[in-house]
Design a protein around this ligand. Structure first.
Ligand SMILES: [Zn+2]
Length: 415
């Protein structure tokens, strides 16, 4: 089976530097797909060759780099919650009593269905891991991962104080590294000024390196100028030449540092094997949150400054309809829309759309953004105007050679 998609508009970041342009805009492309694999991407050929996509915008499969499938869709049963991050953590700890295998399976499946319907092909979920024992959710999500075509990754989300005992970290790292049924496991932790422990952080980095695991950290999710998690991790990772990838999620405190300190911290991050993940929905909902008062500070990490330094940068949904955030729908394009407004982003299609597509930035694997040789998962947008996107997030999702009927209908409307 083979398919040619002609006249698709791909984002500039996905194309080689030598790609032809007209008035600064990349010209449209022709994609050859064979046996479910993109075999060639070249400038569009003349009319009559393949399916004419009439300049429709297209992206690779979307990535959801930061979810919590164990907490999702619990908001309705939580009652009143104290505003802010620590109140949400408290409410969640109480809810864990209801996390039976059936409850977890039902809520996580619903979340995966939502993500899939939006075109997500790579999803990373954090799962609370609060003692030396493996939590129920680890096994439940692992089983769901067998049933889905997603590239699904699990992160063990550990409280930092638990890692003060190096033997505990070693045991958990060993469990993850040797879990052949969940080969994409990642070690993680919650690092906050309320629980900071430099020795525990050192243990975490050392044990992850020893076990060959990547890291994914909830870090400095606060507005406290004394929070020093990101700076400590960046310097330590460089000093020890950490061999894997360290994903640092949130980093809200950067937004409150004096300018010179923020810039110096980002310089340290740029030298380390660190990917930053910004989570606008939960930051807007939880930071500077007090009863009966409109928030003044928004807690978004420094996206533009990070990008200027070439730091790998992704956007995630984080919490969806739980104690941390009452809304959300596992749509990376909704997250991107929110980031456009809250961080005042420009050139969204050609530059910033990579923050919801670059799954390669999550791991230690070779980094690269090109399509040839990869599975043909494409997000075909029902839009031809890169300047007004993503005002309209309508799309069809192509897997392999089957052109979705909704996309054909969209094209007929354009013709
Ligand atoms: Zn999170």
């Amino acid at each position: 089976m083979a398919l040619q998609l002609n006249n698709l508009r791909l984002p500039a970041w996905l194309l080689p530097a030598t790609w032809p342009r007209t008035a600064g805009q990349p010209e449209t492309a022709r994609l050859d797909i064979d046996d479910g694999i993109v075999t060639r991407v070249q400038p569009a050929s003349g009319p009559g060759e393949g399916l004419d996509c009439l300049g429709a915008l297209a992206l690779p499969g979307l990535v959801e780099p930061h979810a919590h499938l164990d907490k999702t869709y619990t908001r309705r049963r939580l009652g009143a919650i104290t505003p802010g991050l620590l109140g949400a953590i408290e409410a969640t700890q109480a809810d864990r009593a209801f996390w039976t295998p059936e409850d977890l399976r039902q809520r996580a499946s619903r979340a995966l269905g939502q993500a899939r319907s939006h075109g997500v092909t790579h999803l990373r979920t954090h799962l609370d891991w609060w003692s030396a024992e493996t939590p129920t959710a680890w096994q439940v999500i692992r089983e769901l991962a067998q049933d889905t075509f997603f590239h699904l990754e699990q992160v063990a989300l550990l409280p930092l104080p638990l890692l003060a005992d190096k033997t505990v970290v070693q045991r958990i790292a060993h469990t993850l590294a040797n879990d052949t049924q969940a080969p994409r496991s990642v070690l993680g932790a919650f690092i906050h000024s309320s629980n900071f422990n430099a020795q525990a952080l050192h243990n975490l980095l050392a044990c992850a390196a020893e076990a060959g695991l990547d890291l994914d950290l909830h870090i400095d999710e606060e507005l406290n100028t004394a929070a020093c998690g990101l700076a400590t991790v960046a310097r330590a990772a460089t000093a020890m030449q950490f061999p894997g990838r360290i994903v640092c999620s949130h980093a809200c405190a950067l937004s409150t540092y004096p300018e010179a300190q923020a810039q110096a911290t980002l310089d340290d991050v740029a030298r380390a094997p660190i990917t930053l993940v910004a989570l606008p929905a939960t930051n807007l909902y939880l930071q500077d949150a007090v009863h009966g008062r409109t928030p003044r500070l928004r807690g978004l990490t420094l996206l533009k400054e990070a990008r200027l330094r070439g730091i790998a940068l992704l956007l995630g949904s984080d919490n969806v309809q739980d104690a941390f955030c009452p809304i959300g729908n596992y749509d990376p394009l909704s997250t991107l829309q929110l980031a456009v407004l809250s961080a005042q982003l420009d050139d969204v299609f050609d530059t910033w759309s990579q923050t919801v597509c670059r799954a390669d930035w999550l791991s230690r694997a070779e980094h690269g953004a090109d399509l040839p040789g990869k599975a043909a998962h494409l997000t075909l947008l029902h839009s031809t105007d890169p300047y007004s996107w993503p005002a309209d997030t309508a799309r069809s999702v192509l897997h392999g050679e089957h052109v979705p009927e909704a996309f054909s209908t969209y094209l007929r409307g354009l013709a």
